[in-house]
Design a protein around this ligand. Structure first.
Ligand code: 13P
Length: 318
């Protein structure tokens, strides 16, 4: 099966109260780990590529890796998605490069300008059967080159603005600011999401898929390994998995995860280096790191309620 768009995935996810995992890919091992989990759990998948990933690995390498994943897994619906495209030009480039979904993130611009940029991307992307995710409100944290705001609670998405934005821009899904942030340091005290924002938007836009960025949980298993084996992430804190689970049952249809992948990889590599200081074969530390990613992603798929959903997405067609 060729790459698909998010359309049917989101329809099914919305209707049946789950979310599709959107995992960031930066290299072969990360992609292979994700794919192995997805194949086992029979879950639809969104593989997303950020600006940092393109800078690091180059689009042609990432594209080739994803092409292999698609060819080797013909029964799994897979979306290739641009994460945080901040200009029309980069979104157009990705549409031309064969992405099946792009995110235009013009959220740093004033409301009207955000609508104008998003609308332009929508017109081009829809002309090529590519879905568009947009963003309204401001996320916190730093991920790759995307710098967010410090106090995430100040810039939550306003439900009335969301309605106007979606109608005026024509976007297919909307990333909302509901208290999450990018990176490993999401909360200073108690983790808390603004479920009322998600609920408020979904009441005003029934059936419309919402997206939650900054959704890594900063799993204790990996945080502890990193800290035990020479790392220093004592204050790292993520979104509790019960909160992700709750959001997935609401209008959140896509949940973005990058930090948890990075931490799984880093933890395992640190462990191998600490326990086997003489090891210098990359396969001996990247291999366990890839397995850790696979196990972590399989677990996330369960949290998202997305196990065994391939059948219904395929039956819905694209
Ligand atoms: P995390 O940093 O929580 O993994 O979020 C990633 C993300 O939202 C990518 O857009």
């Amino acid at each position: 099966m060729a790459l698909v768009t998010t359309k049917k995935m989101f329809e099914m996810a919305y209707k049946n109260g789950y979310a599709v995992g959107a995992f960031n890919v930066n290299n072969m091992e990360i992609t292979q780990g994700i794919i192995a989990a997805i194949a086992e759990e029979k879950a639809p998948l969104i593989l997303q590529i950020s600006r940092g990933a393109r800078k690091y690995a180059s689009m042609s390498y990432l594209r080739a890796i994803i092409d292999v994943a698609v060819t080797e897994n013909p029964d799994i619906p897979i979306v290739m998605h641009l994460d945080h495209g901040d200009t029309f030009e980069i979104c157009k480039q990705c549409v031309d490069d064969g992405f099946t979904s792009v995110m235009v993130d013009a959220s740093k611009h004033p409301f009207k300008e955000n609508i104008e940029i998003t609308k332009k991307v929508v017109e081009y992307a829809h002309g090529h059967n590519v879905a568009v995710e947009a963003e309204l409100g401001q996320l916190g944290g730093i991920e790759d080159d995307v710098v967010g705001v410090d106090d995430v609670t100040k810039y939550l998405t306003d439900p009335d603005e969301a309605v106007e934005f979606v109608r005026a821009s024509g976007c297919d899904s909307l990333a909302v600011a509901c208290g999450t942030s990018h990176g490993a340091y999401k909360f200073k005290t108690e983790p808390k999401l603004a479920f009322d924002v998600i609920q408020g938007i979904s009441e005003k836009l029934p059936g419309f898929p919402l997206v939650m960025h900054g959704s890594s949980s900063v799993l204790a298993e990996f945080k502890d390994l990193i800290n035990k084996y020479g790392g220093a992430m004592p204050d790292a804190m993520g979104v509790p998995e019960q909160a992700i689970c709750q959001a997935a049952k609401m209008a959140i249809c896509k949940v973005n995860i990058d930090t948890d992948l990075r931490m799984a990889l880093t933890a395992k590599i640190r462990q191998v280096f600490a326990e086997k200081p003489g090891e210098f074969d990359p396969r001996k530390y990247l291999g366990p790191a890839r397995t850790a990613i696979k196990d972590m992603v399989a677990h996330k798929i369960k949290v998202l309620g997305c196990v065994d959903k391939v059948g219904e997405v395929l039956a819905a067609g694209d």
